[in-house]
Write a protein that binds this ligand. Structure first.
Ligand SMILES: *Cc1c(COP(=O)(O)O)cnc(C)c1O
Length: 414
């Protein structure tokens, strides 16, 4: 009998019981706002900030409403001027260019390598052409570029790096946690990321001026003294009346849910990687299927899996995705001409000047993606891997038999 996968790629684990109990305690207190504390009480949000600061080894941490808000706020707090260029990955999720535009910047997209990371040669030339002072580096899908090489290039050119760690909370490069390489690191606590409060975000940095501005931007009013994970009061003096309140605080309910999850994060990172290895083991040696290279300096957290089928044309990819879908494995394809669910690519971001990214287009044209939620068992992962492998082999046969066209997969550049 042919294997079929019956599970879900979007079902996360339940919120742990101790997190539910902490949430109920906040609800019973009625003090959901981060600054609504009883005498001597340190709010759940402030505790979360202290714990996350220590977890990544940063000087400061600020909790906010979403990952996208964290990115926008970090850019504004770093001093982005209206209309200024901001470099970012040509392959990322739409909230990243959205955050740049939201902060008043102009995205300058950088090419993607076959291993799905930012292309350092292209980055170098786009730094020169754009004169950008900022790079919003997206560790898209948990893939990490050689961070030492990237930081050397950016430092030499006076480019400040803000890391988008929506997919790398818990990951590190050469022992340095993701989000700790550049000026600031931004994380998301949205349901599909590595901790789950529905929505939420975190910013970390060692820069007291940036964090003072970020805190005021986030809507601290003049209560910034209630941020034990923030900079000392003196850093607010100069900026406190010059910085707008762009309300985007986190609340105690969501912080209460997150704190017990943060304690479990290291274990869960292992569990994601176990699932990745179980799928990947079934894909080893499949002709024409390529998994991204994962350099040994990277400690990855594989909450999703990507692979490419570089020899397949668009018709073959669609045939292959159809075979997988018929057996319960729903793959995302970043090469489709129309955006579907979260898979929009740069051709759909028409609110800023389009840029030619032929290399990225070639990579995305044959790129497939699947999430690996922790509700998948290792047995599920082996089933998923087997279905993908068999579907690749069947598609290859169909192409050789002439049943599927071999037209190139590259989407038209609009
Ligand atoms: C989810 C995501 C974001 C934005 O996070 P939200 O909390 O949903 O605003 C940013 N970058 C990437 C790569 C993401 O996947």
């Amino acid at each position: 009998m042919r294997l079929r996968f019956e599970g879900s790629f979007t079902q996360q684990e339940a919120i742990p019981e101790d997190a539910i109990a902490a949430a109920v305690a906040v609800l019973r207190s009625g003090r959901l706002h981060r600054y609504n504390t009883a005498a001597g009480e340190v709010s759940e949000v402030a505790r979360l900030e202290l714990e996350f600061r220590d977890y990544v080894g940063a000087r400061y941490c600020l909790a906010v409403t979403s990952g996208g808000y964290a990115l926008t706020t970090a850019l504004r707090a770093a001093g982005l001027r209206a209309g200024e260029p901001v470099l970012t990955n040509g392959f990322t999720l739409s909230p990243v260019p959205g955050a740049i535009v939201g902060a008043g910047g102009r995205p300058v997209l950088v090419e993607t390598t076959e291993d799905l990371v930012i292309d350092l040669r292209d980055l170098e030339s786009r730094i020169a052409v754009s004169g950008a002072r900022f790079l919003m580096l997206s560790h898209m899908r948990g893939q990490m570029v050689d961070m030492q090489a990237l930081m050397a290039l950016c430092s030499a050119n006076g480019v400040a790096v803000i890391e988008d760690c929506a997919h790398t909370m818990g990951a590190s490069w050469a022992g340095v946690p993701s989000g700790r390489h550049g000026l600031a690191g931004c994380y998301s606590t949205q349901t599909y990321k590595h901790v789950n409060s529905g929505e939420g975000g975190l910013i970390v940095s060692d820069d007291p001026e940036l964090m003072a501005r970020a805190t005021i931007l986030s809507g601290s009013y003049m209560l910034y003294g209630r941020h034990p994970a923030g900079p000392e009061a003196a850093h607010y003096e100069r900026i406190r009346l010059q910085t707008p309140n762009c309300s985007g605080r986190l609340d105690n309910l969501r912080a209460a849910i997150l704190r017990p999850q943060l304690a479990r994060l290291p274990d869960n990172c292992q569990r994601w990687n176990d699932r990745y290895r179980a799928v990947a083991a079934e894909l080893m040696g499949v002709p024409g299927l390529r998994l991204p290279e994962r350099p040994k300096e990277g400690q990855f957290v594989a909450s999703s899996l990507q692979f490419r089928l570089p020899d397949f044309g668009a018709a073959a990819i669609q045939h292959f995705i159809g075979l997988c879908l018929a057996r319960g494995v729903e793959l995302k394809w970043f090469g489709a001409t129309e955006p579907v669910a979260y898979t929009s690519n740069h051709h759909s971001w028409r609110y800023f000047d389009g840029q030619a990214l032929p290399q990225t287009d070639r990579v995305l044209a044959t790129l497939c993606d699947l999430r690996l939620p922790l509700t998948l068992s290792l047995e599920d992962c082996r089933t998923i891997g087997t279905i993908i492998r068999e579907s690749v082999l069947e598609t290859t046969s169909a192409v050789l038999d002439g049943g599927v066209a071999v037209a190139p997969a590259l989407p038209e550049i609009s």
